[in-house]
Structures are given as structure tokens and as C-alpha cells.
Design a protein around this ligand. Structure first.
Ligand code: ADE
Length: 429
């Protein structure tokens, strides 16, 4: 198991309360127990110091799991600065511990407004950056829009989430992306586990924690059947819910149908659902018309990266009154006829706003990918073209092998004959 990161000088910061640091340390250490793969990478990096002399700037959800990632950067020799990837997702105890105990410069507080959110991004860029680690592309887009003077010095970056990769590809297509970025989101070890099991469990966890609702026998409408939507649908079904899927992609809709889900347009699902979960990466998925058709007590949860999937403005306009925080992270919107619609975490990422995000055991894989990708970029990033690149296959394979090792699972290896067969074309039936 990796040793505790050495205590450093207290770093620049804007956190809610440094007095929360002792609990934050316990929280971070607890998460570390479920992150053996990242722990092995951290030990390796503490010996080889692949980030010595480099400044790594991250814009990530400031959770105990992220704390273990940035500790890995610090132990690898980096000077690290961190801000939040969402105004609601910061764990204030974790932020305090990172500053006070681990010497990381953190600018993040839970519940900040939009202005402070962007001010924090600008603040962490203040000291420049050699490598950037993003979750949603707000750091990289701000770097280009507001601190283009730093770009020549930035060697490369990574992006952790689907929405961020989509945005980066748009930037690249428009000729606007001026650094190379590795799409860590797209590695098999990230997408197959984090997006599916992580989003699935943490989203259902958020609905249950926030509402204490029994899901058995309820209708849960899942909008979007990508890896994340599939994960939510599987977990909700596992708890006995009747799951309805809405999609715009015919192949994904077909897949959902063949997996036994009921598939229909949102307009048809709106009057049926007890819970609505949006995970599409697109805007206006639940509109005013849909809200008008919903049942009394319907729960609205978004687990897509941005708060654009549920039309919260339409919800405000429809409501005669609002009962804020009817339970923690739940606002009750009361319509003219008395129906109540329950919005989780302001329509922002419910799994991070109303629960704790993905469990550490799944972030272990994603963040081991991140750590190895950043170390790879420290060595090779300077030689990459500007644009979005896949993470080298060897990095993901390394994470898979380390994870199996940590779980004590052994697998077969290709024989020389099998390897040659896979590389041939002339042998048929
Ligand atoms: N994204 C989703 N869950 C997360 C977590 N626990 N930590 C950091 N980023 C996350």
C-alpha cells in the first residue's frame, strides 16, 4: 500500500474551511484503501519522479478520489494546482486537507456561483502550466480564451469525460485547439467501468440518498443509452424498477430494446415516470412541455456533465412556488394545480451534487489511466501535434494488468502460435 504523501508547505488556496482538514485526511485515506492500482502507480512514481520540475494544473471534481490522483502527481515531483470542474461537486473537507496536509494549491469551494467558478480556473492558471488535466473542457477552453499567453508553454493535456472530449473535438475541428490532448475518457479502462458502473451506481445512490424513495416497482426513465445511461438503467432495473429508455440514436435504441427495456420518446415517457435521469450530454432533453405532463412527486435528476439537460428555467417559470431544500439537495417545485416536481442538485450532476460521485474503486482505474497518461505526456507530449489523441494502448493495458493483479485474478496469455495466427490472413477454413 502506498505511503502517505509527505507534508509540504501550505499552498495558495481558496477553500471553505481549513479546519475541516483532519476529517479530509481520513476521507482521503479511506478512498486510498479502495484505490490499489493508483497506489501502485504512486509508489512507482515516487521512485522514478517522472513529473519532477513540472507544474500540473487540474480542473476536476474535488473529491477524496481526486485527492489521491493529485497526491500521485505531487509524489511524482510535480507542483500541483487544482480547481473544481463543477460548482457543486467540491468536498470541502478534502479541499482543506489537500491544502493543509498535502501542500496542493486548491481553489474550490462547494456551492460557488458561476463567476467564482471561473475565477478559480483563472487563479490556478496564474502560475502557468506544463500539463493540464481537465474534466469537461472548462480549463482548456478558459486557457485558450483568457490565458492564451500561456499556451506556448503548455506541453499537453488530458480530458477525463465524454462531454469534454466532444467539446475538444469541436475546438480541433474549428482549428482553435492549440495543444495536444489525450482523450483519457476513451480508454477502455475508463469508459467500460467509470462511465457504466460508476455513473450507474452513483446516480442511483443520489436518487436514493436525496429522496429515500423505494425504487422497486417504480418507473425510472433514463434519457440516453450510452455507457452512462446503460449503467443507470442496469442499476435501476437491479433494484426492481421498471426502466424506460429514451434515445435519439436508432442503434442505441435498438440495443436498449433488445436488452428488454421499454423504449419510447420523452413526450410519451413524461406522464409515466416516477424518476427521470438525464445522461445524454445534450441540452433540452426534459423541456417545459415534458414537465407539464409529469406526475405529482416526479423526481428529476441529471447526471450529464452540464446543467442543460433539464430545462430548469422552464421549471421555475411553471412553478407557483418553490420549497428549497425540502430535503438536502432536493428543491420542490409546486405547480398551479398542486403537483410537486422534485429537482435534485439544481439540475447539476446529481451523482456528485447529491451523493459522493463514483465509488473510489472505479475511480481507481480512471485515475490510474490519468496518472499514466500525464507521465507519458511529460515524456512524449512535446512531440505531439495539436489536437485530440487516443491514449496509447499500452497505458490502458498497463492499468488493466495492475487492476487484475490487485484483485488477485490471473488470466491466460497468447501463445506464439496464437499471436502469429492473429497476425496472418492466409489461413481460412
Ligand atoms: N467523477 C465522477 N465521480 C467522481 C469522483 N468520485 N471523483 C472525481 N471525479 C468524479
Amino acid at each position: 500500500m502506498a505511503k502517505r504523501t509527505t507534508k509540504r508547505r501550505s499552498a495558495t488556496h481558496d477553500v471553505a474551511d481549513l479546519g475541516l482538514a483532519p476529517f479530509g485526511v481520513r476521507h482521503i485515506e479511506w478512498a486510498a484503501r479502495a484505490m490499489p492500482v493508483l497506489g501502485q502507480v504512486r509508489e512507482r512514481f515516487a521512485a522514478s519522479r517522472p513529473l519532477a520540475g513540472l507544474r500540473v494544473v487540474g480542473c476536476l471534481h474535488v473529491t477524496a478520489e481526486t485527492a489521491n490522483l493529485v497526491r500521485t502527481f505531487a509524489d511524482a515531483g510535480a507542483d500541483v494546482a487544482l480547481c473544481a470542474a463543477n460548482p457543486l461537486s467540491t468536498q470541502d473537507d478534502t479541499a482543506a486537507a489537500l491544502v493543509r496536509e498535502y501542500g496542493i494549491a486548491v481553489h474550490a469551494r462547494a456551492g460557488i456561483d458561476r463567476e467564482t467558478y471561473y475565477a478559480h480556473i483563472v487563479a490556478v492558471l496564474e502560475g502557468g502550466a506544463d500539463l493540464v488535466v481537465d474534466d469537461g473542457c472548462d480549463l482548456i477552453s478558459t486557457l485558450h480564451a483568457e490565458r492564451a499567453d500561456l499556451l506556448d508553454h503548455v506541453r499537453a493535456g488530458t480530458e477525463n469525460t465524454t462531454t469534454g472530449v466532444v467539446r475538444l473535438r469541436q475546438m480541433a475541428a474549428a482549428g482553435a485547439l492549440r495543444i495536444p490532448v489525450l482523450a483519457v475518457n476513451d480508454t477502455r479502462t475508463k469508459r467500460m467501468f467509470d462511465n457504466r458502473y460508476g455513473t450507474g451506481q452513483s446516480t442511483v445512490d443520489a436518487v436514493m440518498r436525496a429522496t429515500n424513495m423505494l425504487l422497486a416497482g417504480r418507473t425510472v426513465v433514463v434519457a440516453g443509452f450510452g455507457y452512462c445511461g446503460r449503467g443507470v438503467a442496469e442499476r435501476a432495473r437491479g433494484l426492481g424498477a421498471h426502466v424506460v429508455v429514451t434515445e435519439v440514436d436508432p442503434v442505441k435504441a435498438l440495443d436498449a430494446t433488445m436488452q428488454g427495456y421499454t423504449v419510447m420518446p420523452m413526450a410519451d415517457a413524461a406522464p409515466l415516470g416516477d424518476v427521470f435521469v438525464t445522461v445524454t450530454g445534450n441540452r433540452d432533453v426534459v423541456t417545459g412541455d415534458h414537465l407539464r405532463a409529469m406526475k405529482d412527486g416526479a423526481v428529476l435528476a441529471n447526471s450529464g456533465h452540464f446543467d442543460v439537460e433539464i430545462d430548469v428555467r422552464a421549471l421555475r417559470e411553471l412553478a407557483e412556488s418553490v420549497v428549497p431544500a425540502v430535503r438536502p439537495h432536493v428543491d420542490e417545485y409546486v405547480l398551479a394545480d398542486g403537483r410537486r416536481l422534485l429537482l435534485l442538485a439544481d439540475g447539476r450532476l446529481a451523482n456528485l451534487g447529491a451523493a459522493e460521485g463514483h465509488p473510489a474503486a472505479v475511480m481507481d482505474l480512471s485515475f490510474a489511466d490519468q496518472a499514466l497518461a500525464i507521465a507519458w505526456l511529460a515524456e512524449h507530449g512535446g512531440g505531439l501535434e495539436h489536437g485530440v489523441h487516443d491514449v496509447p494502448e499500452a497505458v490502458g493495458a498497463d492499468v488493466g494488468a495492475l487492476a487484475l493483479d490487485a484483485l488477485g485474478v490471473r488470466i491466460d496469455a497468447l501463445t506464439d502460435v496464437q499471436r502469429a495466427y492473429l497476425g496472418s490472413w492466409d489461413e481460412g477454413s
